[in-house]
Design a protein around this ligand. Structure first.
Ligand code: FCB
Length: 467
C-alpha cells in the first residue's frame, strides 16, 4: 500500500462542538427550553450535577472563540444550531434574535476564512416537541424539515456544509434503550419507530435542501465502530455481527441501500416493524457526504442480558483507555472508513468527530500539557492517512472538541478540548494538542510522518507507534 504523506488540497481541517455543550444562556433572547435543558436540571441525571446554563459561555464569547480557531489554523468549524433558540416551540414562530446569533457566528467565521459545517440536530430537541412525544411521534419528522427549511432560507447562502442529524443511533439507544439521555425512558418497543422517524426527518430535510436555491452539500453524521468478537466462538462472532448491524448499519443501510439491514429482525426479537415502501424510498434520498464520528472499537461477546443486540463490550486488559473508558484503537478508524467504502461504495466522507478525554493537569505557564491527547491525535491522523492510501474518499477531519465542554450525562467532568476552559473564570488556554494540531494543519499532514512534530514540542517516540 502506498503511504501518502499529506492530505489532499481542499481538505477540511476542523474542530467540532455542539450547541448545548458549549453555548450556555439556553433561554436567552427569547429561546425556548430544550429537552436537554430540562433533563440536565433533573436531580441525579448528570453525574457531577452540572448543566448547560453557562458551560463555555460561547453564546457571548463566540467572537473570541473564532479568533482562537484562526490561531489554530482551522479552515472549517463544525457546530450545531439549537432548534429551540430559533423556534422556541419547535415549530411556528421564528425567534429572530436566536437566528441572529448564528448569522453573526457564521459571518465571523467567513471573515476569517473558516468554513461553517452546520449540524441541524445534535440531540437538543425543543421541549415543546419532546412533550408531544418527540421522535417517537411521526409528525416530528415534518417539524424537523420545516425547521431545516427556515435554516436553509436564512443561512443557505453562506453555509457550504450541512448535516441533518448527529449520531441518531445515540438518540435511539441512550434515549430509549438505556435511558441515560432524554427522554430518559427504557422503551425498547419505541426504538425502531424513533430510528425510523429520525430517518424520515433527515430525508425530508434533504429534500427541502434540494428545493432551496443555494449551493452547498448536505449529509448525515453517524457514529461507527468496528465490532470485534471477543473469541472465535460462533456465539461471540454472531454477537459482534449483531452489534455491528445495530450500530453501524441501522442508519446507513436505509439511506445508502434503500432498506433496513437484514440482520435487524434478529436483533429486536423478530419485532422489526414493516415500514412502508414509500417511507423507504423517501429515506434513500441521496446525500452528498457521510459524516463519521469515530472514537474506539468494541470487543464484543454474546450476552443475552443485554438487548437489543444481546451483546456486551469486554474491556481489553493491558490496552490504553481514555477517561471515558474507551479503548484507544487508531487502526479501527482506518478499518471503519474502509468498511463504509466497501459496503456502500466509494463516496465522500468527513471524519466529523474524533478525539479523547483525559485527565489533564491544570494550565501552567500558559499551556496545558496533554501528551496522551497529542499521541491520540497523532495516531488517528496517521490512521486517516492510511485510509486515504487505501482509496477512501476522505474530505475532512474534525477534532472533537474545540473546547472542553458539557459531556452530556457526565457533565463537565470529562474534558475533550484542544482548548482548556476554566469554567469559573472562562479563561481559555491552548493545550499542547492544539499546538500539535496547528502544526499538522500547517504542514498538511507532513508533520505526522517525521519523528515527532516540527514547531511545538516533540512527541516522545514511545507514544508514536504506527496505528
Ligand atoms: C459523541 C457526541 C459528541 C460528544 C462526543 C464525545 O457521541 O456526538 O457530542 O459527546 O461523543
Amino acid at each position: 500500500m502506498s503511504r501518502p504523506t499529506c492530505f489532499p488540497d481542499g481538505f477540511l481541517w476542523g474542530a467540532a462542538t455542539s450547541a448545548y455543550q458549549i453555548e450556555g444562556s439556553p433561554l436567552a433572547d427569547g429561546a425556548g427550553p430544550s429537552d436537554w435543558h430540562e433533563f440536565s436540571h433533573r436531580p441525579g441525571a448528570i453525574a457531577d450535577g452540572t448543566n448547560g446554563d453557562l458551560v463555555c459561555d460561547h453564546y457571548r464569547r463566540f467572537e473570541d472563540d473564532v479568533g482562537l480557531m484562526k490561531e489554530l489554523g482551522l479552515n472549517a468549524y463544525r457546530f450545531s444550531v439549537s432548534w429551540s433558540r430559533v423556534l422556541p416551540e419547535g415549530r411556528g414562530r421564528v425567534n429572530g434574535r436566536g437566528l441572529e446569533f448564528y448569522q453573526r457566528l457564521i459571518d465571523r467565521l467567513r471573515e476569517r476564512d473558516i468554513q461553517p459545517h452546520v449540524t441541524l440536530f445534535h440531540w437538543d430537541l425543543p421541549l415543546a416537541l419532546a412533550r408531544r412525544g418527540g421522535w417517537a411521534w411521526r409528525d416530528c419528522a415534518g417539524w424537523f424539515a420545516d425547521y431545516a427549511q427556515h435554516m436553509f432560507r436564512a443561512l443557505g447562502d453562506r453555509v457550504p456544509f450541512w448535516a441533518t442529524l448527529n449520531e441518531p443511533w445515540v438518540v435511539v439507544d441512550a434515549g430509549y434503550v438505556s435511558g441515560s439521555h432524554p427522554p430518559g425512558r427504557i422503551a425498547p418497543r419505541d426504538a425502531p419507530h424513533v430510528a425510523h422517524n429520525l430517518l424520515r426527518g433527515h430525508a425530508l430535510a434533504v429534500q427541502a435542501f434540494r428545493a432551496a436555491p443555494h449551493a452547498g452539500q448536505i449529509g448525515l453524521v453517524v457514529n461507527l465502530e468496528p465490532k470485534h468478537p471477543a473469541s472465535s466462538s460462533p456465539e461471540d462472532v454472531h454477537a459482534a455481527a449483531r452489534a455491528s448491524a445495530y450500530m453501524n448499519e441501522l442508519f446507513l443501510d436505509p439511506v445508502l441501500r434503500g432498506r433496513y439491514s437484514e440482520r435487524l429482525p434478529q436483533i429486536v426479537g423478530g419485532d422489526w416493524p414493516e415500514f412502508s415502501e414509500e417511507d423507504l424510498r423517501l429515506i434513500a434520498e441521496p446525500v452528498d457526504f457521510i459524516g463519521v464520528n469515530y472514537y474506539s472499537r468494541s470487543v464484543t461477546r454474546h450476552d443475552p442480558g443485554r438487548p437489543p443486540a444481546c451483546a456486551s463490550a469486554v474491556r481489553q486488559a493491558g490496552a490504553e483507555h481514555t477517561a471515558m473508558g474507551w479503548e484507544v484503537f487508531p487502526r479501527g478508524l482506518t478499518e471503519i472508513l474502509c468498511w463504509v467504502t466497501s459496503r456502500y461504495g466509494r463516496r465522500p466522507i468527513h471524519i466529523t468527530e474524533n478525539g479523547a478525554a483525559f485527565e489533564d493537569p491544570p494550565p501552567e505557564g500558559g499551556s496545558v500539557d496533554d501528551p496522551r491527547r497529542v499521541a491520540y491525535y497523532h495516531r488517528h491522523l496517521r490512521a486517516a492517512l492510511e485510509a486515504l492510501a487505501a482509496g477512501v474518499d476522505l474530505r475532512g477531519y474534525f477534532a472533537w472538541s474545540f473546547l472542553d465542554n458539557f459531556e452530556w450525562s457526565h457533565g463537565t467532568s470529562k474534558r475533550f478540548g484542544l482548548v482548556h476552559v476554566d469554567y469559573a473564570t472562562q479563561r481559555r488556554t491552548l493545550k499542547r494538542s492544539a499546538s500539535f494540531y496547528r502544526d499538522v494543519i500547517a504542514s498538511r499532514g507532513a508533520a505526522l510522518c517525521g519523528d515527532g512534530i516540527r514547531g511545538g514540542r516533540a512527541v516522545p517516540s514511545s507514544v508514536l507507534q504506527a496505528p
